[in-house]
Design a protein around this ligand. Structure first.
Ligand code: SF4
Length: 350
């Protein structure tokens, strides 16, 4: 009997290894699986929906807040984190961080009530520390970071034993990692393919992450508050996009109508009186007379948005985040009659 076993060894290139070492990151921990994220864990309960992994960074300008010793934030998850300040100094990032924003399309309402500040993040400082390390690493060496993501996605894909995996890179910010082009050598691709069971082909041209995984059962999906041109750039990369209503933005109504008319579904955060009891339809009109009337679906049953139809409303229950405001103009109230939003009106139909 032949008991010989072939062991496939993963050879992680030194640039990725060094980045991970510098920021205390790991292939398995760079992205978060269902075990550590209640929202994407819901995907597992629905038939025919692939499991998801999600990337968590610090949103907006939070990275410069957490390295600021004079930051007088009230809540744990917005406070100073000494280790992150040390890391930013060590890798000369302090100047760069002053102008950095992870959420170029955010509004004052969403920044204040961002879901990043709800749940476990306000109990354990370690959550923000981990998100901060990833954010710093991505700012410091974006190409190496995206190469690291290839390994992390491969790691989670392998756990599915050939089944599909869904991936969100904009889990808690609006980073531009989808557009970053990177190069993988032939040896690296061969090693990744044989170790993780992937089908990446070789190209001598730099490619984005979704182009690299185009032959594999890896489905990218995101929510975005960005304007239509940006949404279309993501769509062109084969990333499923759900536009997000920004009700407190001056062009909130117009942007939402433009997105729906262009074929996107629309995520709408509503301060629901009762979880699961959602309106049947909603109507948005803008100040120029344009109007859309769309069917509503409960977006909290699962997170895998590609399973929802296009040009519908995905209703998400607004949650109070630490330091946030559930009555903010960013959230739609759960009530009859027209409500004024930026540049127009929304009406919920029950
Ligand atoms: S709600 Fe979204 S866009 Fe707004 S600050 Fe949070 S992550 Fe950024």
């Amino acid at each position: 009997m032949n008991n010989l076993t072939t062991y496939r060894r993963l050879i992680v290139p030194s640039d990725v290894k060094n980045l991970f070492k510098d920021y205390s990151l790991s292939i398995s921990g760079l992205m978060t699986g269902a075990a550590s994220n209640a929202k994407i864990a819901k995907n597992l309960k629905i038939d025919n929906i692939p499991p998801a992994v999600i990337l968590h960074h610090l949103p907006d300008k939070q990275i410069s807040e957490v390295i600021n010793k004079d930051n007088a934030a009230q809540t744990i998850n917005r406070r100073y984190v000494e280790q992150l300040a040390e890391l930013s100094k060590k890798f000369n990032l302090t100047e760069k961080l002053k102008t950095y924003s992870g959420c170029a399309y955010s509004s004052s309402g969403c920044r204040r009530s961002c879901l990043v500040y709800s749940g476990r993040s306000n109990i354990f400082k370690a959550v923000q520390y981990a998100r901060g390390r990833r954010t710093l690493a991505a700012i410091d060496r974006p190409a190496e970071y995206v190469r690291g993501l290839i390994y992390s996605i491969g790691h989670h894909y392998k756990k599915q034993n050939g089944g599909a995996l869904s991936v969100r890179l904009k889990g808690t910010d609006e980073n531009n990692l989808h557009f970053k082009k990177i190069t993988l050598s032939i040896n690296e691709i061969n090693n990744i393919n044989s170790y993780y069971g992937l089908k990446i082909n070789y190209s001598d041209k730099p490619r984005t992450i979704s182009e690299i995984f185009k032959n594999d059962s890896i489905i990218f999906y995101e929510y975005s508050k960005a304007p239509l041109t940006y949404l279309k750039r993501l769509t062109a990369l084969n990333i499923d996009i759900t536009a997000s209503l920004v009700a407190d933005r001056i062009t909130g109504a117009a942007d939402a109508i433009t997105a729906v008319k262009s074929g996107y579904r629309l995520a709408v955060p509503i301060a629901l009186n009762k979880a699961g009891h959602i309106p049947r339809r909603l109507i948005i009109s803008d100040n120029t007379g344009r109007r859309v009337s769309i069917k509503c679906y409960n977006g909290d049953l699962f997170d895998y948005r590609p399973a929802n139809k296009k040009q519908c409303a995905v209703i998400l229950k607004a949650k109070k985040s630490a330091g946030g405001d559930i009555l903010s103009a960013f959230f739609i109230a759960d009530k009859l009659g027209p409500q004024i939003i930026g540049g127009g009106i929304i009406e919920l139909i029950y």
